[in-house]
Unconditional design. Structure first.
Length: 270
């Protein structure tokens, strides 16, 4: 199992072509409560032409649970440490939701590392105050009951109505529900608090000069279209794509649409 120690945390990662120095690199950062697996369809699509590296943030997926280091700036340092440890000079960076919070900070702090930036289902603002009570209750429920007992309530946050209602995708929904249920309580609580207590960086978006693609599902209730449009207007030259029939996890719900808009964007970044 490929694990590398970064800032005193054992970080799990997957590398589709560790010995291929010719391929351009794509780095994938996942969303809260998930892991590298939300990008399986993207890695499958792009790995012929790109060296695809996906990793699990500390406390999530197969990475180590640590006592601290879960705020967005600490996770950004983990990400930069991983990129450095793997000897990557430049990469195309992809971040979904929490991964997008980190991706923006990477682009602001180390633009020299990035060839492009793709932001899916994310925001540059702090957590909406209206959502805070709900999310704090969620954390308390996980603390006392565990991830399994609250997982069904998470599904409508993570996925749109189209995916949830599709009878043909019942088995697939069960697989993702099982993944949510498998989250380790200690890591999930720390990671969730890091997300809901994050500071906004909207005022710094004007500093991003990396070619940027912003993707939002038209059924995303966690970070709706207005959040994506707000980033789009703030990042000069950015592109905005809407994924039809997708909620907060469009890479899973509508992978073909996501792969298509990403491919078109990347072709123009060469």
């Amino acid at each position: 199992m490929p694990v590398i120690k970064i800032n005193d945390a054992d970080i799990y990662y997957q590398d589709s072509a560790p010995n291929d120095v010719q391929k351009p690199v794509m780095v994938f950062a996942h969303g809260l409560l998930w892991s590298t697996q939300i990008y399986d369809e993207q890695v499958k699509h792009f790995q012929a032409d790109y060296r695809c590296i996906a990793f699990d943030f500390r406390g999530q997926g197969q990475s180590k649970i640590t006592k601290s280091g879960y705020d967005m700036y600490a996770l950004t340092e983990d990400t930069l440490g991983l990129i450095a440890a793997l000897g990557i000079d430049k990469c195309h960076f992809v971040g979904l939701s929490m991964g997008g919070f980190v991706a923006q900070r990477v682009a602001i702090k180390r633009p020299d590392l990035l060839l492009s930036l793709t932001l899916l289902a994310t925001s540059a603002d702090p957590e909406d105050p209206k959502n805070m009570p709900q999310y704090r209750k969620l954390v308390q429920a996980i603390r006392w009951l565990g991830s399994k007992r609250v997982s069904n309530k998470l599904m409508p946050i993570m996925f749109g109505n189209t995916f949830l209602a599709d009878k043909l995708r019942k088995v697939e929904r069960k697989q993702w529900l099982t993944m949510l249920q498998g989250n380790r309580k200690g890591g999930v609580i720390k990671a969730t608090m890091g997300v809901i207590e994050r500071k906004g960086i909207y005022e710094q978006l004007g500093d991003i000069t990396t070619p940027t693609l912003i993707i939002v599902g038209d059924e995303d209730v966690a970070t709706p279209y207005a959040k994506a449009e707000r980033m789009h207007f703030a990042i000069a030259g950015s592109k905005l794509a809407i994924i039809k029939g997708a909620g907060h996890t469009s890479s899973v719900e509508e992978p073909e649409q996501v792969n298509r808009v990403m491919s078109q964007f990347l072709e123009n970044c060469v």
